[in-house]
Ligand binder design. Structure first.
Ligand code: TYC
Length: 135
């Protein structure tokens, strides 16, 4: 059976079709693909770049005037701590000068610190909350 089947060359086919004025765009496409391997439009999808955002530590600073129960209330209110956790952090700040209220991406950390400072000021207390890049 070998030799009976003739392999059709798409370029010949294209010439034959154009001679009789027939254009089949599908054939045209295949011929172009065949003729121009280098400039075809294969697009490789890049793997998504998933980087974790840099984290910031929200820090409370000690002062001599903000009442302990206000600090505890703030830690519960803005950092979702229970009473035991809030008391522990408040005492760390009280005895060591500073303590960690939470760790977040930058925009969230900034928002929390601003909320705490605004609230403390609105109540007449000098409590200071700031953010630091996490090492
Ligand atoms: N040192 C304050 C006091 O004795 C309590 C306090 C704790 C204040 C933590 C601020 O971030 C703070 N009343």
């Amino acid at each position: 059976m070998h030799g009976l089947k003739k392999k059709i060359d798409l370029t010949d086919l294209k010439a034959a079709f154009s001679e009789i004025g027939y254009v089949d765009w599908h054939i045209q496409m295949s011929i172009q693909d065949q003729d121009h391997h280098d400039d075809d439009l294969d697009v490789k999808v890049a793997p998504p770049e998933l980087k974790r955002p840099p984290l910031y530590v929200v820090v409370l600073l000690n002062d001599d005037y903000t009442p302990m129960d206000i600090v505890i209330e703030i830690l519960q209110q803005f950092f979702a701590m229970n009473l035991d956790q809030a008391t522990e952090v408040m005492l760390t700040v009280h005895y060591e000068g500073k303590g960690v209220a939470g760790i977040y991406p930058r925009d969230i950390a900034e928002t929390k610190a601003n909320q705490v400072n605004n609230y403390a000021r609105s109540q007449g207390y000098p409590l200071l909350c700031q953010i630091e890049p996490k090492q």
